[in-house]
Design a binder for this molecule. Structure first.
Ligand code: 8YV
Length: 324
């Protein structure tokens, strides 16, 4: 590298990564710690060699509406990149990278957390206890559903889906059904004694739990809608650590309120951090504020993975995580 490339970091990052980044790049941090607006991005595209966005940055058509950008790379801090319009980026000659692998374990941990919390009514119990409303042990108090040994449907069998299967099958003795857009090799299914089911419609009625691990974006918008919620067993649970838009949240709220399904656990929301108010009224719903990758270890690993992609790109090597 000759002159240090000028990079815009849209949110504050773990200190160790910020320090390493500042050593190798002319890094500018958005210290306001609020998301940038489309006009900020258009300005940044003219001023920076690379932009390092997160899921909170809407890099859609409006933000990318600029001719001849200086920016050559959008190095996303996160594995999901449905907030970036990759077609526009491509037409502007801007490469896009993400951070796979390093967050699979922690995201699967949060999916397990949600599954256990909603099935065992842990959040309801905590709310009751903190409100001083716990009247003591009773055989029928906050009775939930057993998780061990049940059937788990995994929608999207990439790295995170497989980390989920590992935990659920080998830790909890669950039977794993898989739905994936392409055939999963037999030896991969065999690791979890899993069965690949032909279609989502065929998978849903067979599951006690359904966990979403597919990408977001237009192609999977409202993959789970009212019709598909109806296909689930009335006591089944739906878990989403993928992207909010994959579920029609209004249909989900209806299904929860009328007990058409047993409950749900969400870590992601359509249009987050805004949460559809209708969801807040559902007791059989556990909601977390997008914590999937939120461990010290993983957030650092994600940052260093971005740094690797940046370094490779500006040193003239192919970045390992190019997605567009
Ligand atoms: C990230 C995630 O923390 O990586 C992803 O796709 O959903 C999160 O766990 C977030 O996207 C930060 O950009």
């Amino acid at each position: 590298m000759g002159r240090k490339p000028r990079v815009l970091v849209t949110r504050r990052w773990p200190a160790a990564v910020e320090a390493a980044l500042a050593e190798r790049f002319e890094a500018v941090f958005n210290t306001a710690d609020t998301p940038l607006a489309p006009q900020d991005f258009r300005q940044a595209l003219a001023d920076f060699d690379a932009i390092l966005p997160t899921v909170t940055d809407g890099l859609g058509q409006e933000s990318l509406a600029i001719d001849q950008p200086r920016t050559r790379l959008l190095a996303n801090y996160g594995v999901g990149f449905s907030h970036i319009d990759t077609a526009s980026a491509r037409s502007l000659g801007i490469a896009v990278t993400n951070t796979p692998d390093v967050l699979s374990e922690c995201t699967a941990d949060i999916a397990m957390t949600l599954m256990l919390m909603v099935a065992r009514r842990a959040a309801e119990g905590e709310r009751e206890l903190r409100a001083g409303q716990w009247t003591g042990w009773r055989p029928t108090h906050l009775v939930g559903a057993k998780v061990s040994g049940k059937v788990l449907g995994i929608v999207g069998f990439g790295r995170i889906g497989q980390a989920m299967a590992q935990r659920a099958h080998h830790g909890f003795g669950m039977r794993i059904l898989v739905q994936n857009r392409s055939p999963v090799p037999a030896e991969v299914l065999a690791r979890y004694d899993a069965e690949q089911v032909d279609s989502l419609d065929a998978l849903l009625p067979r599951c006690d739990f359904v966990s979403l691990h597919c990408p977001g974006g237009a192609g999977n918008r409202h993959l789970i809608d009212g019709r598909r919620l109806d296909l689930m067993k009335p006591d089944a649970f739906l878990i989403n650590t993928a992207r909010g838009e994959v579920i029609n949240e209004h249909a989900l709220a209806q299904a929860l309120m009328f007990n058409l399904i047993g409950g749900a656990g969400l870590d992601v929301y359509d249009g987050e951090p805004r949460v559809a108010p209708v969801l807040l009224d559902c007791d059989n719903l556990v909601m977390l504020p997008h914590l999937g990758s939120a461990t010290r270890e993983t957030r650092e690993a994600m940052g260093f993975r971005v740094l690797d992609n940046l370094t490779d790109f500006f040193d003239g090597r192919e970045p390992r995580d190019r997605v567009a």
